[in-house]
Design a protein around this ligand. Sequence first.
Ligand code: RIB
Ligand code: CA
Length: 315
Amino acid sequence: MKKIPILMDCDPGHDDAIAIILALSSEKLDVLGITSVCGNMTIEKTTKNVRSICEFLGRRDIPIAQGRSGPLLTSVYTAGVAHGKSGLDGPELPDPVAPLQKESAVEFLAKKIKESEENVVLVPTGPLTNIAVLLLCYPELISKIDKIVLMGGSIVGGCSGRGASEFNIMVDAYAADIVFTSGVPIVMMGLDVTNKNTIHFDEKELFREKGRVGKMIAELADFFGRGFEMLGWPGVPIHDACTIAYLIQPELFTLKEMNVEIDLDGKDTFGSTVGDYYNVEGKDANVLVALDSDREGFVKLLLDACDAYGKEVQL
Ligand code: RIB
Ligand code: CA
């Protein structure tokens, strides 16, 4: 079976880390590389976290390139409250060993897309800074991008503390606008569906019994879940892993095509994704939006992923 070639762009971040674990476990995906972006934490920390996760998984073969130091126009806005000072507080992770790629993230993404015989799927799970610059600097490569499957936005409500906007889109709304108007097909895993795809607090034990990788997922959920438990949520939303789950098992999701635009003018709605759910304005649909999912099937996919890794790390 032909593997889907993907490039991940992320800001680990606990849920980004679980997305990487899921992606590298799957026989269906060929992870051509991972780039870091400034989001949950500074670029230095998110880059180190990508490298440490790959080291933990015994995947020194995965090329990693460092992204831009901050959003295109707005200032750096990190999420230490959710992810801790390191951006990945909680579990014990090894120091990275494999060297970083010498190219910047944007140059690396362009190189891998050029080299690939198949069109590549981009999977950003942080702010869209690197992806926007890639599309601006290498417009000739747009035809070699199959689609962008992103975690970001929401059709109903946000989470960034500003009411209507979601963190990834809000942090670099100008980059998001460039991506959403680029013409590249987009699949949007927004909060409408990622807030549903939680690991329930009583399900964490199922992961702890699944070897070292399952234990890692449980510990990531332990730390990331603190705030959600206090707020009375049923579990920990594993936002970013929804992108990878969609690529592996799309039938887990219910999606609807619609026109989605980024609000760049609103005082309290800046950075929100405005979806024309009923196509009132008659504009072309540019995004396939996930609106529902099979949570149990999602959790089973994560549990099965743990089995793909041996009991011990193979370096
Ligand atoms: O709003 C959730 C998103 O913000 C996730 O990607 C999480 O990692 C944070 O980046
Ligand atoms: Ca993220």
